[in-house]
Ligand binder design. Structure first.
Ligand code: ADP
Length: 778
């Protein structure tokens, strides 16, 4: 054979800690001078290079003895120069070579390499080959299944090879082997030898993985067991400490004693007795006993039939309500009616009232007053952000750390079966995969079902029919319809500045003085200063920030009294800034002069009313409509309706036929921190467009609200009170309101209507007549 050896002279790189195999594409970095030169030499010739691995990784200049004899002949595909004289070389292995001699080693290693013919499997019969392929595939698959580091994708790709040699070599290339193992594979020139090495390797590795896994599970089991035992022991210790070993009997006796004193239905009594029996039968150190103890305690604490006596004195109730809250007439009236009916009929289902309105308008606090007025216990259940049905209905007792739901818990807290239960922020419950919260609430609120409310933890039906529920919400939109149907909605609207002044003087101030330990003599705030606080330091529908600002003044006053021995502090408009800093808000005032294409609209948001400015520009173009700024979908629709109306009326407004083809219309709503949406800006946008198209200016003193139809009819809108207040604050003189909203005007306080011209409009023509500057006005 030796006679046929083909010998070549090749530049050679000695590799440290790596072996490259035929078919491998890989890059490595070289930094030794001799290696760099060798690569450069190869690049000058036919790109062939001989890569041979050093036996000793740390040997800097190995000779023949320091090198493995079989190496890889590779072609250099790419060379990249890196900083610090390092070359990154990309090579592809082509075949095996045997190192015969090193010819030169001054500049770079040039060696004599005999090319080893790639071995094929010709010696083996077809059947033998097939058997080997199958065996190898099986082995490799088990190996991959045990070794989670090998990706499924790679396995799939490799299993596609059916040629024995390809299969063997691809598996070898893709295994992450130590370089010495790789060198062994490289040295195995004969395919059968390689096959054998590989099968042994795979079997061994698979076995190792299995043993490793076994060991791990065993260790884990051991740890788990230890931990469990430890926890149990600790519990046991605690219980022992708490009870002493024989205390369980006496505890059970105590439970029975307590039960005897309670007036409860037969069903409840039997259930509690049964649990007490179980409690006795369970050994004190079982973890179950703690669970049962908790359960029995909860059952004993539930009010069941215990009720408080309601106040039936209507006059007293009225007094409490009036003293504690200013305004809120509708709520107070409804409560007094309820009380009257109940006194007369001696019973009566409790209504479920839902107070809806912006934050800080006294919804929660009036509910508390109602409880006082009726002499009821008060519990507040905050529903904001509740998503899990179990929070309302409780967890089953099998669940670790189970508790009663919020309703049952609220009842337990109240200690009576007929408290006033405030369901705060009912519009903020949501449902997710853990069950339907609103269905659970429905059962709470449905008078047909709520005398048998089921809590998963309590397991006994709870009677909620005597509970007076009051719910609060900021907006009705997110309350599911069936829930809404069960409740009586009472709207609480924004306060006017004047109302806020009354509330501040009559209520908030006293509350804050008390809270900060001040007397009325020590701090007084002039009416004008109060009005300034309301106007320039708060911008809200309710009075929460106002209360906070008063608190701030009280704090500063308290400090001055103590630090500077001040006797009393008087707050006036002049010294207000010293206490509260610079004014925070300015109101969006009416436009200063009449302008073309700019109209002020009135908007309602969940936090009160606001004005918004709509701008329209017309410019030469291709008939496109551009909408930008804070526009919701409904607003976009109504802008389009407005355009259709204008186009259909182009004769009336003397707009040329070609206008809409040759011009673009751009509608924009600048600023606005609270996003606004809804159809009520319809007439505002239409007016702005007509003004921009006809170049007739719009009166700066006018603001408007109303939905528009394609035929130019003006449809009614909601939130009139809020919008009117916003218009007044913005110094608007005239507001245009849909004719159909006339009846709602009663809600708007006279102080707001006083200096405001309110024009009712039913048609777009009327809007334009009022809003556009007429020739005779000029
Ligand atoms: P809401 O529940 O509507 O968000 P709160 O009940 O928390 O509002 O009210 C905020 C504060 O304002 C409370 O201190 C409350 O007493 C006070 N308040 C609100 N409205 C009135 C009112 N009409 N009269 C007296 N105080 C009020």
């Amino acid at each position: 054979m030796d006679d046929f050896k083909q010998i070549k002279l090749m530049p050679t790189v000695t590799l440290r800690g790596m072996t490259i195999l035929p078919d491998m594409v890989i890059h490595f970095d070289v930094s030794r001078k001799r290696s760099i030169k060798a690569v450069e030499k190869a690049m000058l010739e036919d790109q062939r290079i001989f890569l041979v691995t050093q036996i000793d990784v740390d040997d800097n200049e190995p000779d023949m003895e320091g090198l493995y004899k079989i190496g890889c002949i590779a072609s250099v595909k790419q060379v990249i120069k890196l900083p610090n004289n390092i070359l990154r070389v990309l090579v592809e292995g082509e075949g095996r070579g045997q190192l015969e001699a090193i010819i030169e080693e001054e500049e770079y290693i040039l060696s004599e390499v005999s090319i080893l013919k790639e071995d094929t499997a010709l010696r083996l019969s077809q059947l033998e080959q097939e058997a080997m392929v199958r065996n190898l595939k099986e082995l490799f698959t088990t190996y991959c299944n045990e070794n989670f580091k090998v990706g499924k994708e790679m396995l799939r790709q490799i299993l596609e090879y059916d040629d024995l040699q390809k299969l063997v070599d691809q598996i070898i290339i893709n295994l992450s082997l130590h370089f010495e193992q790789k060198q062994k594979m490289l040295s195995a020139v004969n395919l059968e030898e390689r096959y054998e090495l590989l099968t042994i390797l795979l079997s061994n590795e698979t076995e190792i993985f299995k043993i490793k896994k076994d060991l791990q599970t065993k260790i884990k089991e051991k740890v788990d067991k230890n931990q469990r035992e430890y926890l149990l022991r600790e519990q046991q210790k605690l219980i022992r400490e708490e009870l002493g070993e024989d205390n369980i009997e006496s505890e059970a006796e105590q439970f029975l004693e307590q039960l005897k004193k309670r007036k409860v239905s037969k069903e409840v009594k039997e259930k509690i007795e049964k649990e007490i029996k179980r409690f006795k039968s369970i050994s004190y150190n079982s973890s179950e006993s703690a669970v049962i103890r908790g359960y029995i305690e909860t059952l004993l604490e539930m009010p069941w039939n215990k009720a408080s006596k309601d106040n039936t004195d209507l006059r007293f109730a009225k007094k409490v309500l009036n003293v504690e809250h200013y305004g809120l007439e509708k709520v107070k009236e409804r409560i007094l009616e309820f009380l009257a009916v109940r006194t007369l009929t001696q019973m009566g289902q409790s209504p479920i009232i839902c107070l809806v309105g912006p934050p800080g308008t006294g919804k929660t606090s009036i509910a508390r007053s109602v409880a006082r007025a009726l002499g009821k216990e008060y519990v507040r259940i905050s529903l904001g952000g509740v998503r899990d049905e179990a929070e309302i209905r409780g967890h089953r007792r099998t669940y670790v750390g189970a508790m009663p739901g919020r309703i049952a818990n609220g009842l337990k807290q109240a200690g009576v079966k007929n408290p006033l239960m405030l369901l705060d922020e009912i519009d903020k419950v949501s449902s997710d995969y853990k069950g339907d919260t609103s269905a659970a609430l429905l059962e709470v609120l449905d008078s047909e079902q709520n005398n048998k409310f089921r809590d998963h933890y309590i397991e006994l039906p709870i009677d909620l029919s005597d509970v007076l529920f009051i719910a609060t919400a900021n907006s009705l939109q997110t309350i599911p319809k069936p829930l809404l149907d069960r409740m009586e909605i009472i709207e609480v609207s924004s306060y006017t500045e004047n109302e806020k002044l009354h509330i501040a003087k009559g209520h908030l101030m006293n509350k804050q003085l008390l809270k900060h330990g001040l007397s009325q003599n020590q701090l007084s705030i002039s009416d004008k200063a109060l009005a300034s606080i309301i106007r320039y330091y708060t911008k809200e529908a309710g009075v929460r920030n106002l209360e906070r600002k008063l608190g701030e003044i009280c704090r500063k006053t308290a400090r001055q009294i103590l630090e500077n021995n001040a006797k009393s502090i008087k707050i006036t408009q002049t010294n207000l800034e010293k206490f509260l800093g610079k004014k925070k808000y300015r109101y969006d005032m009416a436009n200063e002069k009449d302008e073309i294409g700019i109209v002020r609209g009135l908007a309602w948001t969940s936090v009160g009313g606001d004005t918004l400015q709509i701008e329209v520009n017309v410019m030469p173009g291709k008939g496109e409509i551009l909408l930008t700024g804070q526009l919701g979908d409904v607003m976009k629709e109504s802008a389009k309706a407005g355009i259709s109306y204008i186009r259909s009326m182009s004769k009336t407004y003397q707009i040329e036929d070609t206008f809409f083809k040759e011009n673009d219309i751009h509608i924009h709503i600048p600023e606005g921190a609270v996003p606004k949406d809804g159809p009520s800006a319809g007439i505002t946008m239409a007016t702005a467009m007509i003004s921009a198209i006809t170049k007739i200016p719009v009166k700066a003193s006018v603001a408007m609200t109303g939905e528009i139809t394609l035929r130019g009819r003006v449809l009614p809108i909601g939130g009139l009170k809020e919008k009117t207040i916003a218009a007044k604050n913005a110094n608007i003189k005239t507001i245009l309101v849909p004719g159909k909203n006339k009846k709602d005007m009663d809600e708007v306080p006279d102080e707001i209507k006083k200096d405001l011209k309110i024009v009712f409009v039913d048609q777009m023509e009327e809007v334009l007549k009022e809003a556009l500057v007429q020739k005779e006005d000029v």
